[in-house]
Ligand binder design. Structure first.
Ligand code: ADP
Length: 518
């Protein structure tokens, strides 16, 4: 197995913790040893409660994007393993769905407790395989765990209805029942939270799940699944397969036993999954790409606007679908904002996420950096100016300098598409109407941000924005208690909050007739 080969500063070395004791907190190898010692370095898929390899023995290497080194190898699975995972989820469904809400709630609560107990190891794993700074990784563990806690509580609140009947000898009831087996396909940018946000409500409702995490970040998913087993989530209720994405996706789509597909990822793949769900008429939830506008009005508090837009832009090196993609700035405040924003961006430290003080990690892969380069070149060729950064970082690999581009307009890729890299395009605008028209000039509709001190304007603009989430004078707005999801081509359905439960429930109407006394 590739497992014994771990990496440090570009070299491959055999695992030997004492060699690196001096750097215990920051070195990838020490981090990996800590995870291994905790028992959470799982490198096999999970089907029916058993850890398994792919049936043909094929493997995929998982790399640390900060060093390019191989962290571990995991099985490259396909349709056969997925079919078995579906069968196991299907047979476990009959028992898991029949437990009382209190029993399911307790198992989920145990899982939450274990995630919190192991939050340091999980955060290290996230930083190692995904690259985000350790502080953000810890934030993700808390955020990811919060979905399990919240839905462990919601499990007990799946209320039905009794409807006043139109005929006196009848009683009309509404029951809420679990959808059945769920196929959950998740991306690499939040290796834990995108899973718990789906699996939490699914298990709470009584569904069982087959998860396919991203092949870039399967290790966090496997560690979380191990904790779920330890917590008493029964074998087969949560299965993890990874490998050949289209094959796994097709197996989930074709199966009549899978009643729901939930997906977070690119709009292109989301559309394919929606289309593929048609043949078996599955319930579908999609969290797809965004193109978030961040509108800074002349009447904004400049410090609040800079802090909020910086957080919304550069979180996870701009690799989130709610990241501010376009910063629209009103003419009267443009120069002042640009100056203060550039100063704030200059203060960000780029580096390995394990190093204290790092606020910008690497991008996930070379293709991501090439996309960023393409977008910046397109903008400069059409008249925009790079006022900070604008090139690969001297650290090499997939590090890119935090970048600010001014005078961006509607013709540029930076305006039209999600850049998913640390480039902040500043787009000047004149009036509130212009800002709303520019903001809505996209097929995406996930998150939007508004900075203004005017309360009437906050309402007007929030209501006019064709987006599922709006942050007013705030750049970080996601929380387990609020509904997260997009409109237009950013998706279908909501995750988190009480609305997140509805995605995993069917409504059944029961009419009790002929109730007259004889
Ligand atoms: P990103 O650009 O964020 O990687 P993707 O949509 O490509 O977004 O990936 C999100 C998830 O979808 C990943 O787990 C990936 O493996 C999976 N995926 C990609 N292509 C397919 C497919 N054809 N069928 C099913 N899942 C897929």
């Amino acid at each position: 197995m590739a497992m014994r080969r771990v990496a440090i500063h570009g070299r491959h070395l055999l695992s030997s913790p004492h060699l690196f004791r001096r750097h215990m907190n920051t070195e990838p190898m020490a981090a990996l040893d800590r995870i291994r010692n905790s028992g959470l370095l799982k490198t096999q898929g999970l089907v029916g409660g058993k850890w398994i390899d792919s049936y043909d023995g094929k493997k995929i290497e998982v790399q640390n994007p900060a060093t390019g080194d191989v962290i571990a190898s995991v099985p490259c699975m396909g349709s056969k393993e997925t079919t078995d995972a579906i069968s196991s989820a299907y047979s476990t469904y009959s028992s898991w769905s029949k437990l009382t809400a209190a029993e399911r709630s307790k198992a989920l609560r145990n899982w939450y407790d274990l995630i919190i107990k192991h939050k340091d190891e999980l955060a290290l794993l996230i930083t190692l395989e995904q690259g985000k700074p350790i502080k953000e990784a810890l934030g993700e563990v808390n955020y990811g765990a919060s979905f399990i806690e919240f839905f462990s509580e919601e499990a007990k609140r799946i209320y039905g209805d009794i409807i006043p009947a139109p005929l006196s000898d009848r009683r009309l009831l509404v029951l809420k029942q679990p959808v059945g087996v769920v196929g959950a396909i998740t991306p690499w940018n939040f290796p834990l939270a995108m899973i718990t946000r789906k699996v939490g409500p699914a298990l709470a409702c009584g569904c069982t799940v087959v998860v396919k995490p991203s092949e870039y970040t399967p290790l966090t998913a496997l560690a979380a699944a191990d904790l779920a087993l330890q917590a008493g989530i029964p074998p087969g209720a949560l299965n993890i397969v990874m490998g050949n994405a289209p094959e796994i996706g097709d197996a989930l789509l074709k199966s009549t036993q899978v009643r729901k597909i939930t997906f977070t990822g690119s709009t292109a793949v989301g559309k394919k999954l929606m289309e593929g769900s048609a043949s078996t008429v599955k319930k579908v939830s999609l969290e797809l790409g965004g193109n978030a506008p961040c509108i800074v009005f002349d009447d904004a508090d400049i410090d609040v606007a800079v802090k909020g837009s910086l957080a919304a832009k550069f979180r996870n090196s701009d690799q989130t679908c709610v990241c501010a993609n376009r910063i629209l700035v009103q003419e009267g405040i443009y120069e002042e904002f640009a100056k203060a924003f550039v100063k704030a961006v200059q203060g960000m430290q780029v580096g390995n996420g394990l190093v204290e003080g790092t606020s910008q990690g690497p991008l996930i892969n070379e293709a991501a950096v090439q996309k960023v380069e393409k977008f910046v070149n397109d903008a400069t060729s059409k008249g925009a100016n790079v006022i900070l950064g604008g090139r690969r970082h001297s650290l090499g690999k997939t590090f890119y300098e935090p970048t600010v581009v001014s005078n961006v307009n509607r013709d540029m890729l930076l305006f039209k598409d999600e850049v998913f890299g640390p480039v902040a395009p500043l787009v000047p605008f004149k009036t509130e109407e212009d800002a709303i028209s520019m903001a809505n000039d996209t097929n995406a509709g996930l998150a939007a941000y508004v900075f203004t001190k005017s309360i009437p304007r906050s309402w007007r603009v929030s209501e006019a924005l064709e987006y599922g989430l709006v942050g007013v004078n705030e750049g970080i707005i996601s929380t387990e208690v609020a509904p997260f999801g997009g409109v237009k081509q950013s998706g279908l359905g909501r995750e988190g909050s009480k609305y997140g439960m509805d995605e995993y429930l069917e409504v059944k109407y029961v009419c009790m007739g002929n109730l007259k006394e004889t």
